[in-house]
Design a protein around this ligand. Structure first.
Ligand code: HPA
Ligand code: MOS
Length: 743
């Protein structure tokens, strides 16, 4: 009986409920363990005139104070090596580590922080994309994706709209803050327990900063309490800090950020400022798009150039652009480096064109659903992206039409119009948006994985891969794949802790593709094991599994195997801005209706319908969780989560009291989440990746707010930023009411 495709409970579900699940900071203190933290830069941009640690060294319980001089190497970075672990002569953001403090207690650390004397000469900081543009402070090269002649298409278009789409950042708000424990072993060896999506990168950076070969460092990741991209690169810092302390003091070292510190010192989703000019026909069909995308990369490159690449390859979204000219530039500012965050630039690209389509509809007075439907990628023609990849197995037209029916869209648009014509205290808006999300890392070599499958003499099975469990259920999916492939009951299979000792040179659990890649590698290993076992069986007749395993062992047939998977077909070339970067696309549509209080700007989502093509889910329950959770997290980014800073660049909203993530009351009152039943012919078990794409479905909520504002904007196209917070909506309502009076 097939286990793939069934609603198997998450393998940590029981542990999460009973509290048996172990996270890094649940590990009991080891003998001699040190608590480690760091003193950070109090200014956003400056030159360190002096740093005096004398008084701090005398604090009772302080064991070590380390600066960049104590590192073998201070420089690292996942794509561009421009990041330093500890500040040298300059500081470039508030929160930047300057001195590592290792102590016997938290009190000692607190006292040491107070006793550190630093004198910083302040330099002019950069806090906005505009300031960075003015000073030409950019990270990496300016990049282009071009097809046809966008300038000419826009010059010859019947209509043209110009504008700028702006979004704010987002904090990952994982429940478990960044954490690492480093345990010294013999000689230079180290074991690091790390809450990371990327054990291999942690291993590489730790080895690099302390100056030992990679094989001296083992990184172990049992699970994370959420990550969302925030632990793809930035789990490296606490691990490296713990590692250097363990290496120098020969004592175990624990680093666990407090929630507030975590929010202050780590980066988040990139703010973008996207200038666009679009030409279109009188029936709303886009003929040319010119867009310049600017992101706020923060102080160091981190993954910003890859995030920008995904934004650039997602600005087409579900829509055919015959002429396109897309430019992407990453700005360097004096904030913590921004990093991967569920969607990885995709949301900023997709929201830009959804905003454009909403504006085209308002401009022409055509229903926005119809405008989108007319621009949709076709199945036989109008199906090539601006970067040259053909949109294969395109179910977008089907899900658009199905959603229109299921959401009763036409009747509800009429109802919204009627409501807005009569209600003096409230406003409604409705919008349907789409997503087409490219699956594969946009760095080709990252699209590989390996897996280790061991069968034991009682027939039980252990699987180890480079995938890390962050709550998303990847271990459960891999166990299901393995059980089916070996033809054993699920109970016989467990997925083991992730460790660089078993799986080397692994990619981050990211880009939604951990189950695709690691599941593919596990299946590869199982297929070879099963072939060997079938061979044994052919000599013994029909043996039960346990007996077959014993027979194989006695015949000295190996009962362990390593598998490997490399995504086929993909490739990319930046000189031409074209290629086939994605193995396939996960797609979807969503329709949301909102209710706004005209006097307070308060917004409530009345109903959201989500309909996606996620292939044949390996675990429908797990995927439903991803669809629902991602949508709500997207709503947070788009409507309530607002990062505010002082004029000196210090984060003000660094706790849930001032930073509003969605809670149960913010869920759409009616929330229908579903998918069509189609197989994905190019991925493991016919499935599709689901981690990131549904986050972008929440853009329908934001567009519905924009739609609602269109009823009071006195004929102008309503402007709206991300987040469309209560405050932002109220500001728009107030401005439009004023113009109405003046006119
Ligand atoms: N997603 C996540 N992480 C990445 C990617 C991506 O597309 N490319 C490089 N690192
Ligand atoms: Mo992710 S944002 O690919 O960790």
């Amino acid at each position: 009986m097939n286990i793939v495709g069934r609603n198997i409970p998450h393998d940590s579900a029981r542990g999460h409920v009973t509290g048996e699940s172990i996270y890094v900071d649940d590990m009991p203190p080891l003998r001699g363990e040190l608590i480690v933290d760091f003193f950070w830069s109090p200014v956003a941009h400056g030159r360190i005139r002096s740093l005096n640690l004398d008084r701090a060294r005398e604090v009772d319980g302080v064991v070590a104070l380390l600066t960049y001089r104590d590192l073998h190497c201070n420089l690292f970075g996942p794509i561009i090596e421009d990041e330093i672990l500890l500040a040298e002569d300059k500081v470039t953001f508030i929160g930047q580590p300057v001195v590592i403090i290792a102590a016997e207690s938290r009190d000692a650390i607190k006292a040491a922080k107070k006793a550190i004397e630093i004198d910083v000469e302040e330099l002019e900081p950069i806090f906005t994309i505009d300031q960075a543009k003015q000073k030409k402070e950019f990270i990496g090269p300016t990049r282009h994706i071009r097809r046809g002649d966008a300038d000419r298409a826009i010059a010859e278009a019947e209509h043209v709209i110009e504008g700028t789409w702006i979004n704010g950042g987002q904090d990952h708000f994982y429940l478990e803050s960044q954490a690492a424990i480093a345990v010294p072993g013999e000689f230079d060896q180290l074991v690091i327990h790390s809450s990371t999506q990327n054990p291999s990168e942690v291993q590489h950076v730790v080895a690099h900063v302390i100056g030992v070969p990679i094989n001296q460092v083992t990184v172990v990741t049992k699970r994370m309490g959420g990550a969302f991209g925030g632990k793809e690169c930035q789990a490296t810092h606490p691990a490296a800090i713990a590692g250097i302390v363990a290496h120098t003091t020969k004592r175990p070292a624990r680093v666990v950020y407090s929630k507030d510190d975590d929010m202050c010192v780590t980066g988040g989703r990139h703010p973008f400022q996207n200038d666009y000019k679009v030409g279109f026909s009188s029936d709303g069909v886009i003929t040319g798009l010119k867009a310049e995308l600017y992101s706020d990369g923060g102080a160091y490159a981190d993954l910003s150039t890859a995030v920008m690449a995904r934004a650039m390859t997602h600005i087409d979204n579900a829509y055919y652009l015959p002429n396109a000219d897309i430019t992407g530039i990453v700005c360097r500012t004096n904030y913590p480096p921004n990093t991967a965050f569920r969607g990885f630039g995709g949301p900023q690209g997709v929201a830009t064109i959804e905003n454009i389509l909403e504006e085209i509809a308002t401009f022409l007075g055509i229903d926005a659903f119809d405008v989108r439907r007319r621009n949709l990628y076709g199945t036989d023609e109008r199906n090539t992206t601006p970067y040259g990849e053909i949109v294969n197995n395109n179910h977008l037209p089907r899900i658009f039409d199905e959603l229109e029916q299921r959401a009763d869209y036409r009747n509800r648009v009429d109802a919204v119009k009627q409501f807005n014509a009569t209600s003096k205290s409230e406003l409604r808006g409705i919008a349907c948006t789409a997503v087409k999300f490219g699956i594969s890392f946009n760095t080709k070599f990252l699209n590989q994985a390996n897996a280790l499958v061991n069968i034991y003499l009682d027939g039980s099975v252990q699987v180890s891969t480079g995938a890390t469990e962050m709550g998303q259920g990847v271990n459960t999916k891999i166990a299901q794949l393995v059980a089916d492939e070996l033809r054993v009951p699920l109970e016989r299979v467990i997925v083991m802790v992730t460790s660089t000792e078993k799986n080397n040179n692994t990619s981050a659990t990211a880009a939604s593709s951990a189950a695709d890649l690691n599941g593919g590698a596990a299946v590869d290993a199982c297929q070879r094991l099963r072939a060997r076992l079938d061979d044994v069986a052919s000599r013994h007749g029909d043996l039960p599994w346990e007996k077959l395993v014993k027979a194989a062992y006695h015949e000295r047939v190996p009962l362990g195997e390593r598998g490997h998977y490399a995504t086929p077909r993909i490739d990319w070339d930046w000189t031409s801005g074209s290629g086939h970067p994605f193995l396939y696309y996960t797609m979807g549509t969503s329709c949301s209706e909102v209710l706004i209080d005209r006097f307070t700007g308060e917004m409530k989502v009345l109903r959201s319908d989500v309909l996606m093509d996620i292939g044949r889910p390996i675990n429908p329950g797990v995927d439903r969780g991803q669809l629902t959770g991602a949508f709500v997290q997207g709503m947070g980014w788009l409507t309530t989560e607002d990062l505010r800073y002082t004029s000196a660049g210090e984060l003000l909203s660094h706790s849930p009291t001032t930073y509003k993530i969605p809670n149960i009351n913010d869920l759409p009152e009616v929330f229908n989440v579903d998918w069509i039943d189609v197989e994905n012919p190019v991925n493991v078990a016919g499935s599709k990746a689901v981690g990131e794409p549904p986050l972008l479905m929440a853009i329908s909520v934001w567009c519905a707010v924009k739609h609602a504002l269109g009823f009071v904007s006195n004929g102008d196209i309503a402007k709206l930023k991300v987040p469309a917070s209560c405050e932002e909506i109220l500001a728009r309502l107030t401005a439009y009411a004023r113009t109405a009076v003046e006119r």
